[in-house]
Design a protein around this ligand. Structure first.
Ligand code: 2HA
Ligand code: ZN
Length: 271
């Protein structure tokens, strides 16, 4: 049986966290990341688990009973994750009622899962029910997305249209579009519940004046979505800041060609 420290999923998690730190998306203790661990991966590392006390989650996640998650710790800095994963990260197990969790690995110098645990678990639950392969939930604070949330109306149709239209790769990465929520208290149940409603429809949601919330099947998909949306937001900010109107842009007919060529299932309302 292997050690947690050697597990491939831990290494992939740490690599994504480190890359995200270097992208500038995680000032101070900003952002959080969680991964729903596969059964075969758990079997490979469970010998190194040391279960703690059961604690209330504060919400019921019946769809996640018996699941294990690798989760960033509350107050931990992304900058430190690769330096000492067992300090910044923990593995939690969800009990058979879906109402309690216990820590089984990590947070070695004390700590607990991210302040956004509600949002992570509630969104894992809904995502898993839609697509069993979806395992990653990620929240970050990217500058250009936050800047745009001060400039554009907080409407998924406006954000999707603008982001799709500024860079061809965007509709390929987020063919369902992007959700947008008004400002809501970070870490609150209200924010988790509002995000769940949007995550039923979109793979990514913008939290106004705060950041982005993303789900993906794996680390590549979650990181890739964050990267593509933030890059597009940067190009859009540059175009808006230039004071020049868009002279051309992708036409509706071209969007339809793209949709057919890549079989994306793009909704026409955003073209
Ligand atoms: O500091 O990003 O949303 C963690 C957060 C809360
Ligand atoms: Zn945040």
């Amino acid at each position: 049986m292997g050690r947690m420290e050697d597990a491939v999923f831990l290494k992939e998690f740490v690599r994504m966290a480190d890359d995200a730190w270097h992208m500038g998306w995680h000032e101070s203790n900003g952002g959080n990341l969680s991964y729903r661990i596969r059964e075969d991966e758990i079997r490979g590392v469970e010998d190194s688990f040391d279960p703690g006390e059961w604690k209330d989650i504060g919400t019921g996640v019946k769809g996640l009973t018996g699941e294990y998650f690798l989760v960033t710790g509350s107050g931990k800095h992304f900058r430190n994750i690769s330096h000492d994963p067992a300090d910044s990260l923990g593995v939690i197990e969800i009990d058979e009622t879906g109402e309690r969790y216990r820590q089984v690995w990590g947070y070695k110098n004390g700590g607990r899962p991210t302040s956004e645990l509600y949002s992570h678990l509630m969104n894992h639950e809904v995502r898993k029910s839609i697509d069993e392969k979806c395992r990653v939930v990620y929240h970050n604070h990217p500058s250009n997305v936050i800047a745009l949330s001060h400039i554009l109306p907080l409407d998924p149709v406006v954000f999707t249209k603008e982001l799709w239209g500024i860079m061809t790769e965007v509709p390929i990465v987020i063919p369902k579009g992007i959700g947008v929520l008004p400002w809501i208290v970070p870490g609150s149940r209200e924010l988790g519940e509002a995000t769940v409603k949007q995550i039923e429809k979109y793979d990514a949601v913008i939290w106004a004046y705060h950041g982005m919330f993303i789900t993906g099947r794996d680390f590549d998909q979650a990181f890739g979505t964050a990267h593509a949306v933030e890059k597009a937001a940067g190009i859009l900010m540059a175009q808006i800041s230039s004071g020049s109107k868009k002279l051309g842009g992708i036409t509706k007919d071209q969007f339809k060609q793209l949709d057919r060529a890549y079989d994306l299932g793009m909704a026409e309302e955003y073209m």
